[in-house]
Write a protein that binds this ligand. Structure first.
Ligand code: ARG
Length: 460
């Protein structure tokens, strides 16, 4: 007979390579705390329900404490022959305490166990991500406040469009991160139901109290259907969707920082501690961190695709395919949290070249819309105003000058309604200050928004 916990009906040992291929300890060992926490709750419930004796429960709890200490002290060797974290811990417990250890798995299966452990573990990781998202938002709001009136070019199609303030630009990311927080919080709430007691797939013949274990483990209650409980991985798909969207946001931001740090833009400089040099080109200072964060987006999106494809077409209830769920989500969350941490620590040290940003904002005829608006105020229909300013821009390109330096006779030749006073008003500062309404780029609005965010955080 095989020595496996499930070896009773087997007569031949597991193939050696199958053993290694089958094992998940290298991935799931990190859930040891949650596994022990789940076992404690399960054992106590069995005791309360008279399914295990009080003495056995006490022995199990003591044994679990010892196993936890061994793991924490680094004295525990996970064996691939025991497949996963669950059987490793149970085997060690039994080696320590004997029969009581063998009774722990009454009314439980690894199928509800792994679903419970994973939810417990991811719930904690979800809270970590939520905290990191908020820290990054706070860093961005601090920078936005400092740059409420730093003017930069706003782009569409990556062409100069209209001047905006850097503060306004940074606050756009605060909005994205807030929606990200909403998605993580929402996923967390739906995930917070306890599958323990679903056992293998159909429930248990013992008089278990699922309400009790659920509350004991901090869940909002037990899951309602045993088949769904052991086969549901929606919580992983949801978390990975949220993670992928957050990664996309960080990637877009990365792309901008990389552009802004190039000699061609020269808008910002990132701190040395977050950049690296070149082994051959002595002049180089590369924005490696934003580049790497942009790169991490690929594997995080990959993790989402991986769990979706793994789950697609799986019949109810548990299937071994689902063991593949953890590697992807763990890796994605590690990298997402790492990316959030990098951004949170790098951005306070970002140097902004205000003068250079302002010059860039003033070039490329970014004030053209405001000139058209001025004509409209003087009674010119917008479509006509658009055409007049279009001709003016063409004139300026041909004569290599800015709109505000067009001579009066050139204006008059294009249209007599185009007057020099309008041109004199065309500063980039006036352009941003004029957009003074909810959601607009005016420095006053940026300050208001920063205040709104800070008050919101103070009130929680
Ligand atoms: N290591 C498995 C997993 O991660 C645990 C559950 C296995 N259950 C089973 N009946 N083989 O999915």
């Amino acid at each position: 007979m095989s020595e496996k916990p499930w070896g009773g009906r087997f007569s031949a040992p597991t193939d050696e390579f199958v053993e290694a291929f089958n094992a998940s300890t290298h991935v799931d060992a990190r859930m040891y705390r949650e596994d022990i926490e789940g076992s404690r709750a399960h054992a106590r419930m069995l005791g309360r329900q008279g399914i295990l004796s009080h003495a056995d429960v006490q022995t199990i709890l003591r044994g679990l404490d010892e196993v936890e200490q061994e793991i924490e002290a680094g004295d525990f060797t996970f064996s691939i022959a025991l497949e996963d974290v669950h059987m490793n811990i149970e085997a060690r417990l039994t080696a320590k305490i004997g029969d009581a250890g063998k009774r722990l798995h009454t009314a439980r299966s690894r199928n509800d166990q792994v679903a419970t452990d994973t939810r417990l573990y991811l719930r904690r990781r979800c809270d970590d991500v939520l905290a990191r998202l908020q820290t990054l938002q706070q860093v961005l709001v601090t920078q936005a406040k400092a740059h409420a009136d730093t003017v930069m070019p706003g782009f569409t199609h990556l062409q100069s469009a209209q001047p905006v303030t850097l503060g306004h630009h940074l606050l756009a990311y605060v909005e994205m991160l807030e929606r990200d927080r909403g998605r993580f919080a929402d996923a967390r709430q739906r995930m917070n139901r306890c599958p323990l007691g679903a056992a293998a797939l159909a429930g248990s013949t013992f008089p278990i109290d699922r309400e009790w274990t659920a509350r004991e483990l901090g869940f909002d209650g037990p899951t309602a259907n045993s088949l769904d409980s052991v086969s549901d991985r929606d919580f992983i798909m949801e978390l990975l969707s949220a993670a992928a969207i957050t990664a996309v946001h960080l990637s877009r931001f990365s792309e901008e920082l990389i552009n802004w740090m190039s000699a061609q833009f020269a808008f910002i400089d990132l701190p040395d501690a977050f950049c690296t040099g070149s082994s051959i080109m002595p002049q180089k200072k590369n924005p490696d961190m934003p580049e790497l964060v942009r790169g991490k987006t690929g594997r995080i999106i990959g993790a989402l695709v991986s769990i979706l494809v793994t789950m697609k077409s799986l019949p109810l209830a548990y299937n071994k395919d689902m063991q593949e769920d953890k590697e992807a989500i763990f890796d994605a969350l590690d990298n997402l949290e790492g990316s959030l941490r990098i951004f949170g620590e790098m951005l306070p040290g970002m140097q902004v070249r205000r003068q250079r940003m302002r010059e860039a904002a003033a070039s490329g005829f970014a004030t053209a819309t405001d000139l058209a608006d001025a004509l409209v105020r003087a009674g010119v229909p917008f479509r006509e105003a658009h055409a007049i300013v279009g001709k003016s821009v063409a004139w300026c390109i041909a004569h290599d000058c800015m709109l505000e330096s067009m001579p009066a006779d050139a204006c008059a030749a294009i249209d007599e309604r185009l007057d020099a006073a309008m041109l004199a008003q065309l500063s980039v500062e006036n352009c941003v200050a004029a957009r003074d309404h909810v959601g607009g780029t005016a420095p006053a609005q940026v300050r208001l928004q920063c205040q709104r965010w800070q008050q919101q955080w103070e009130n929680v």
